[in-house]
Design a protein around this ligand. Structure first.
Ligand SMILES: *Cc1c(COP(=O)(O)O)cnc(C)c1O
Length: 422
């Protein structure tokens, strides 16, 4: 697959759309996503999976915007959800329930009931207590839940600690020893059909080795289960494929990723499930923001943007790097800036000592690689309304989320006038 790397694109246009005009039309901060780039990513992964019984369940938490989920639905993808809210988003976007899998360590009873009522494909079960809760709730409803056990393979995904999920000290999944006990006791489950395995070791993974190791462990367990007479209908290999956030990031090609899966799971004739999130959308998104002012500090110059950590949390949360590029066709001298937002936190910093073309107040700037875990993690901290979002497609653009109004931000709040006791 030949996806144009972002730096080969002119920095005044994205997916054929003039970004200065776009920002003039919708204001800033503004998330803009390229539908073409998302479709390319999907097609590349589907091509690599050609001929396999595989379902791609897009991880909704990466970017759950309705129009983005509709792109996924149109391409035949399913969804990996982690809450009832994401279930509703996926269903409303037209993703069929039989392509939805439900992950997460803290599903509550209502969420489990809602997912059963919707008829989702399966639960990825993270603890014995949760398995028992699903058994009880399915029993109450006269339903049968399909379940996969999430294996914690104790593998280091070699990524940021806060997005590593497959080490034994992480809260996710259970050990193979525990999973073995679940399968041995399978006959005692009357309302849960436990016939799947699931593994997800972390996010922004740039090396195949952790995948290989985790899948080898899962495959060995699948063979053991098969030999013990336990049918395994599906193996869900999770998500985590990394993206290129900066020069020098070398990503995993889908064909190489799928080759590792094929090799590790050779002989498995059930359904393969994949849960990519970031890989499908991160590089398809930019956050457009204006320079409010340049502040000359004692030690450094600050580029103060109108976007902040509430719009894009990744730099403050994970020290994540995002390329920051002025939207301008002209050549400019370089300057060094700390790039910051208006929020009253020192952590509201997008980049430190970053060399950029010199900027002036009013300039439009884009923060690249923000299609995943950008808008979906946004908050209204500092009482800043949620940013608008647009979808771009070959020179056209459509507003997919209008900027939140002040009234919408404050909706639901009231004075403490209706006091109750008990
Ligand atoms: C977050 C998550 C994903 C998606 O991770 P990406 O790194 O965005 O691909 C997939 N599966 C599970 C269980 C997750 O929690």
């Amino acid at each position: 697959m030949n996806l144009p790397t972002m730096d080969t694109l002119p920095s005044t246009h994205f997916d054929g759309v003039d970004l200065l005009a776009l920002a003039g039309r919708h204001g800033t901060p503004l998330y803009a996503y390229s539908a073409s780039a998302i479709r390319q990513r999907i097609a590349g992964l589907q091509l690599a999976l050609h001929g396999m019984d595989a379902t791609i369940c897009y991880a909704v938490k990466a970017n759950g915007s309705r129009a983005i989920l509709e792109l996924m639905a149109q391409a035949g993808l399913g969804a990996d959800i982690v809450s009832a809210g994401e279930l509703q988003r996926a269903l409303r976007a037209g993703i069929p329930p039989e392509r939805i899998v439900f992950s997460g360590v803290g599903k509550n009873d209502d969420e489990i009931g809602e997912a059963l009522a919707a008829g989702i494909q399966r639960f990825n079960v993270e603890s014995l207590d949760e398995l028992h809760a699903i058994e009880r709730i399915a029993g109450e409803r006269g339903a049968t839940a399909r379940a996969a056990v999430r294996i914690n393979p104790d593998v280091d995904a070699l990524t940021h600690a806060k997005i590593s999920t497959g080490k034994s000290e992480n809260k996710f999944g259970v050990s193979i020893a525990e999973a073995r006990r679940w399968f041995d006791a399978r006959a005692t489950l009357r309302h849960v059909r436990l016939d799947g395995l699931h593994v997800h070791i972390g996010s922004q993974i740039l090396s195949l080795e952790p995948y290989r190791l985790a899948l080898q462990r899962v495959a060995a367990f699948w063979r053991e289960l098969r030999d013990a007479g336990h049918p395994v209908a599906s193996i869900d290999v999770g998500g985590g494929l990394g993206v290129r956030y900066r020069d020098g990031d070398v990503t995993i090609a889908p064909a190489d990723y799928v080759a590792v899966i094929r090799e590790a799971l050779a002989g498995f004739d059930g359904r393969l499930l994949l849960e990519p999130g970031r890989y499908l959308v991160a590089e398809a998104g930019v956050l457009l923001t204006r320079v409010l002012r340049i502040k000359h500090g004692e030690a450094r110059d600050f580029l103060v943007l109108d976007a902040a950590m509430n719009d894009l949390a990744r730099p403050s949360l994970y020290d994540a790097w995002h390329d920051i590029v002025p939207v301008s066709g002209e050549a400019r001298p370089q300057a060094i800036y700390d790039v910051v937002g208006p929020v009253c936190e020192t952590g509201d910093t997008f980049a430190q000592a970053r060399a950029l073309p010199a900027c002036a107040a009013g300039d439009l700037v884009m923060i690249r690689g923000t299609g995943a875990y950008g808008a979906s993690m946004a908050s209204t901290y500092n009482s800043r309304p949620l940013a608008a979002e647009v979808l771009l497609d070959h020179g056209r653009h459509a507003l997919i989320r209008r900027r939140q109004t002040l009234d919408e931000m404050l909706a639901g709040e009231q004075s403490a006038s209706q006091w109750e006791t008990t």
